[in-house]
Design a protein. Structure first.
Ligand SMILES: [Zn+2]
Length: 263
């Protein structure tokens, strides 16, 4: 007797998302109406969505000073969504630690948030908060952060400048081939790492502010990050959204990256 097993689409990569990320919490391009919709629409058929809870104040304090947290708190909407965004990064990191690759489809972004200040549409450093939590719980000792956003993640770099077990790489070559070579080199670092975290900003796309990368390049970068994680850290990998502002191409660029990063 033949047993017919119905085809089931494999949904290996989890997308961490909260409906409150649709809210327009301020007037910058990261908070623009329609931005998250354009990405969610491109991902919903292929990936399972998981809702995060907010980061706690204790989670924020592993990266940020109390006065910075109080400053952000003055705008309660920004604070609430900022905590959910950091919570999304934490959940993505925890899933990665449990061998479940994941992507935090979150906003506000975080890589320009330093311990005591922030700028560039960022408030709390999502990826740094997530990594610090795993380190403080002794789940991991080291991490590699690859940031392919158009802009240097000064907040992430400042957070980990005195923590050598966490390496931060931001490729900056101005030509496409050179940029991709830099990405590849950063993943082949000699330093051991227990997890790969990707600050995924899509503003370097040819139809976005940076005018450089093609949509398929995000697949390539995702695939390299996956391969490096399988080689160096048991496949533990996650990404979080940073920049990317052209709503017409953003969804397909994020999908391309996730297809590469996925199994
Ligand atoms: Zn950017």
């Amino acid at each position: 007797m033949n047993i017919i097993i119905p085809y089931r689409r494999e949904k290996s990569m989890k997308v961490i998302f909260h409906p409150r990320f649709y809210e327009v919490y301020t007037s910058d391009p990261a908070a623009a109406a329609g931005r998250m919709e354009s990405i969610a629409k491109a991902l919903e058929k292929d990936f399972e969505f998981v809702e995060p809870g907010p980061a706690s104040e204790r989670d924020l304090e592993r990266v940020h000073g109390r006065s910075h947290i109080q400053d952000v708190k003055r705008d309660s909407l920004v604070y609430e969504i900022g905590c959910l965004s950091a919570g999304g990064a934490i959940l993505a990191a925890e899933m990665a630690f449990e061998d479940q690759p994941s992507f935090g489809l979150i906003r506000p972004p975080g890589h320009h948030a330093s311990p005591h200040s922030c700028w560039g549409f960022c408030y709390f450093n999502n990826i740094a908060i997530a990594i610090k939590k795993l380190i403080s719980e002794e789940k991991i000792r080291s991490a590699l952060i690859l940031d392919f956003d158009l802009h240097f993640g000064d907040g992430t770099s400042n957070t980990f400048s005195s923590s050598p077990p966490v390496s931060y790489f931001h490729p900056e070559a101005t030509r496409r081939e050179g940029f991709l070579e830099e990405v590849q080199r950063s993943l082949q670092t000699e330093r051991p790492y227990d997890l790969i975290a990707v600050s995924a900003g899509f503003d370097r796309h040819e139809e976005d502010w940076g005018g450089l990368l093609k949509t398929e390049d995000y697949f390539t970068i995702g695939k390299w990050a996956k391969e490096a994680s399988l080689q160096h850290c048991r496949g533990r990998r996650f990404g979080v959204l940073e920049g990317g502002y052209n709503h017409l191409v953003l969804g397909r660029n994020v999908r391309s990256f996730l297809q590469g990063l996925s199994d």
